[in-house]
Design a protein. Structure first.
Length: 328
């Protein structure tokens, strides 16, 4: 992020008997992006069909803000469903989804939420995916939907996913599109999750900008960057450590990540500095030393260029807020 971005709000319709991990796969990457960025890049509101808490498959009820009663909202809508989705898909709910689809910037069917969108006629003529166990059954009932074997599919204003882990892939991709690969990578690191990993054919392949699978030498360079945040390596030395020329490493980063190694390195160091600014009381000079900057002023200049505020301003702003980042 080179400048402050407006906050993105999501409406989430949670149907009964949804897996808890499915909900977490949607909101936890957003929460993590907020934490890393030190602000509310994302907000969300949970709804249920009738406004009552939703019982998940593990027996833990999820409180919601209220009943799903859409008007002319334009925010993205995510429909989350796992088991027994037919019980919840009433005539009224299908009508509500059809009406709200006229205004929404996008609608996502998460796991069996794909069935829900198809029942409402919202996937006709669109490409979509679903959990691999449901592929045959879905294709027989909804021949007007172009079903593909991908972990997730983004087709214009329609998004579908095949389960919790593919949904995590999706959320990382949405974060990447809005705020860049480096933030998406940092979010994935919080979960010890390899963003853009290779996938076997039976379960589809990730439809992301990193579908090329990330060259092993780029992966090695990124790991070296993460390990040397406090003492950054010059490009020639970094390239030598991974066995390529500096020019070739530059080209590989541009191809696979979309930015040069220097830009990615700086972003990693600034992300690390921002976390320390927010989560510790360490002096700015100490944070500068721990993230490879020559002085507090050098850190502050790069920090302000990236986040449009100084480290001290970040601390003052965060201190005025509840320490737990709100969802709304």
């Amino acid at each position: 992020m080179s400048q402050k971005a407006p906050s993105q709000h999501f409406d989430i319709l949670l149907l009964p008997e949804t897996n808890l991990i499915l909900l977490a796969s949607v909101i936890e990457p957003l929460r993590a992006a907020n934490r890393i960025a030190g602000g509310d890049l994302y907000r969300w509101t949970l709804h249920s069909p009738d406004g009552t808490p939703v019982d998940t498959t593990c027996g833990i009820p999820i409180a919601v803000a209220g009943a799903f009663r859409p008007a002319r909202e334009t925010d993205p809508l995510f429909v989350l469903s796992s088991y027994d989705w037919k019980k919840s898909v009433t005539h009224d709910l299908k009508a509500q989804l059809a009406r709200t689809a006229r205004h929404r910037s996008l609608i996502a069917g998460i796991e069996t939420g794909t069935f829900v969108l198809a029942e409402a006629g919202l996937l006709n003529g669109s490409r979509a995916t679903i959990h691999w166990e449901d592929l045959e059954a879905f294709s027989l009932v909804y021949p007007e939907v172009e079903l593909v074997r991908d972990r997730f599919v983004i087709d214009s204003k329609r998004i579908t996913t095949g389960g919790p882990v593919p949904t995590l892939d999706l959320m990382l991709e949405l974060i990447r599109r809005a705020h860049g690969h480096t933030l998406a990578l940092e979010v994935s690191r919080l979960f010890l999750y390899e963003y853009g990993h290779r996938l076997d054919r039976e379960h589809g392949s990730a439809v992301t900008s990193v579908r090329q699978g990330r060259d092993a030498r780029v992966q090695a360079a990124v790991r070296l960057m993460e390990e040397t945040v406090d003492a950054p390596l010059v490009l020639t030395r970094l390239a030598k450590r991974v066995g390529v020329s500096a020019r070739h490493l530059q080209d590989m980063f541009q191809t696979t990540i979309g930015v040069g190694p220097h830009t990615h390195y700086i972003a990693l160091r600034l992300n690390a500095a921002r976390r320390k600014v927010i989560e510790t009381s360490a002096a700015i000079a100490d944070i500068a030393a721990e993230t490879g900057f020559n002085s507090a002023s050098a850190l502050s200049r790069s920090y302000r260029a990236q986040y449009r505020e100084s480290p001290s301003e970040t601390r003052r702003r965060v201190k005025r807020r509840d320490p737990v980042i709100s969802s709304g």
